[in-house]
Design a protein around this ligand. Structure first.
Ligand SMILES: Cc1cc2nc3c(=O)[nH]c(=O)nc-3n(C[C@H](O)[C@H](O)[C@H](O)COP(=O)(O)OP(=O)(O)OC[C@H]3O[C@@H](n4cnc5c(N)ncnc54)[C@H](O)[C@@H]3O)c2cc1C
Length: 432
């Protein structure tokens, strides 16, 4: 068992204490920790779901998280008024329901509370402040080497494990587009990940770039805080009502898909949207050629679920603008040649995966977008004990499906290993 020597086996439980022989032998190399079960990178909803499903099947894991809390996207990078966009029954993690008293669309605070209770219930205690900087499969020993850097002290640790679960999310890093003249612009330019509420923008002219769910909602929030928002719409977009006659559009679509083909459900959604919202193209929001579900299925582009922004566009409280050409000190010049003064710019330009920056592997994950190459439902499993949870472009529902599959798969190997180990131990005992 050469690898045991190589690894200088330590368990996850004693990793806080420095091992003397380790220190003597390798003064400058990183601390090395042998993890008997899987290492999960990321303590967002996906990482927690995977850890819980594994725990339930008797497989211990450790979770590495770069920030200082669980669900850092939700706790640190989202705006105050955020609620789940989908009804709660579509956002539950495996093995634990939302409390009954939660609203149909739980608030961000409720969702974070649920996740904290979830972590408690399954005794998930992530190692916080550990940013994974690289992970590579070491063929010579058949293990993953996962290197993390302590965010506080800069101390390096190498975790050695057989299974690696990537749970760093589709939203790990903010996408910030290059805009000509950016340095010249005098006002603040902030990404939605640092926008909390419109309070500080009262009375100001604010340009919001990007018309996804976040951009639309930030505009609404700015209106409610007496700012004057304008919305840059570069692309075509499907806007659907969040609810139709008291039923959630998402739920209704899921139900219809049980009986009808996708293109018919799309047609229904478009007719219904026309009835409830009117012709969005007349407001400057052209619809894509493909229907909302087909587009989501093919490209992952999520339709906007309207929660009141459209009415503000209709009333003229929110202005729709074309793409930005360039910025000067106080002015934004648009591609159609028009110019307008603004006090601040908010970039609702989305997020991207950071997997290519740390995972030394290119078969399972695309280096281009950091997402699994194989589409849903097949993107969760790679080679050599590599797994992905939460990269399905299907939100929390997709993450839950991944988490269950991963736990089932790892449990199988875990049990087989345990059997071998038991047989091996028996063969060593004097009675045998
Ligand atoms: C504004 C907003 C609203 C949303 N609303 C909904 C909704 O209503 N319903 C829905 O289903 N989905 C929604 N989503 C999608 C959302 O991304 C998922 O619901 C969910 O947060 C995904 O969980 P995750 O664990 O995969 O990723 P994340 O929540 O992003 O968690 C990933 C974690 O990994 C950590 N991490 C990243 N890189 C490293 C590294 N190198 N080392 C260590 N740790 C690392 C991050 O700090 C983070 O804590 C929303 C997203 C946004 C931005």
């Amino acid at each position: 068992m050469d690898y045991l020597r190589e690894i200088e086996s330590k368990t996850a439980h004693d990793h806080h204490h420095h091992n003397h022989s380790n220190e003597k032998m390798k003064i400058r190399s990183p601390r090395r920790v042998y993890v008997p079960g899987p290492v999960i990178v990321g303590a967002g909803p996906s990482g927690l779901a995977a850890a819980a499903c594994l725990k339930q099947r008797g497989v211990p894991s450790i979770v590495l998280e770069r920030s200082n809390c669980i669900a850092s996207l939700w706790q640190l990078k989202t705006y105050d008024r955020l609620r789940l966009h989908l009804p709660k029954q579509f956002c539950e993690l495996p093995l634990m329901s939302f409390p009954q008293e939660f609203a149909t669309y739980p608030t961000k605070q409720q969702f974070v509370h649920y996740l904290e209770e979830y972590a408690k219930r399954f005794e998930i205690r992530p190692l916080f402040g550990e940013a994974v900087a690289s992970a590579e499969f070491d063929r010579s020993v058949g293990f993953w080497r996962v290197k993390s850097v302590g965010v506080k002290e800069g101390e390096e640790t190498e975790f050695v494990c057989r299974w690696l679960v990537v749970a760093t999310g589709e939203n790990a890093e903010a996408v910030v587009p290059e805009i000509e003249g950016r340095e010249e612009f005098e006002g603040p330019i902030v990404h939605t990940s640092s926008y909390k509420n419109g309070g500080v923008f009262g009375g100001k002219r604010v340009l919001v770039v990007g018309c996804g769910n976040s951009g639309m909602e930030v505009c609404l929030d700015l209106c409610n805080n007496n700012a004057s928002p304008s919305l840059v719409v570069r692309d075509t977009v499907h806007v659907l009502p969040q609810e139709m006659l008291g039923k959630s559009t998402f739920g209704l679509s899921m139900w219809l898909l049980k009986w009808l083909p996708m293109n018919l459900v799309d047609r229904f959604l478009l007719v219904a949207s026309r009835i409830f919202l009117g012709d969005t193209a007349r407001l400057g929001l052209d619809r894509p050629c493909l229907g909302p579900l087909e587009l989501k299925n093919l490209s992952g582009k999520t339709p906007v679920l309207d929660i009141g922004t459209l009415a503000k566009i209709k009333s003229g409280d929110i202005k729709v603008c074309p793409s930005i050409q360039r910025l000067t000190r106080y002015t934004v010049e648009f591609v159609n040649g028009s110019k307008e003064n603004f006090d601040a710019i908010i970039l609702a330009t989305g997020y991207k995966s950071n997997v290519p920056s740390w995972l030394k592997e290119s078969e399972m994950f695309s280096e281009k977008d950091g997402l699994p190459r194989r589409p849903f439902p097949n993107g969760w499993k790679g080679e050599y004990g590599l797994y992905a949870v939460g990269f399905t472009k299907r939100g929390l529902l997709g993450a839950s499906i991944d988490a269950r599959r991963i736990a089932e798969d790892i449990e199988r190997c875990w049990k087989a290993d345990a059997k071998h180990l038991a047989a091996f131990t028996r063969s060593l005992s004097p009675q045998s």
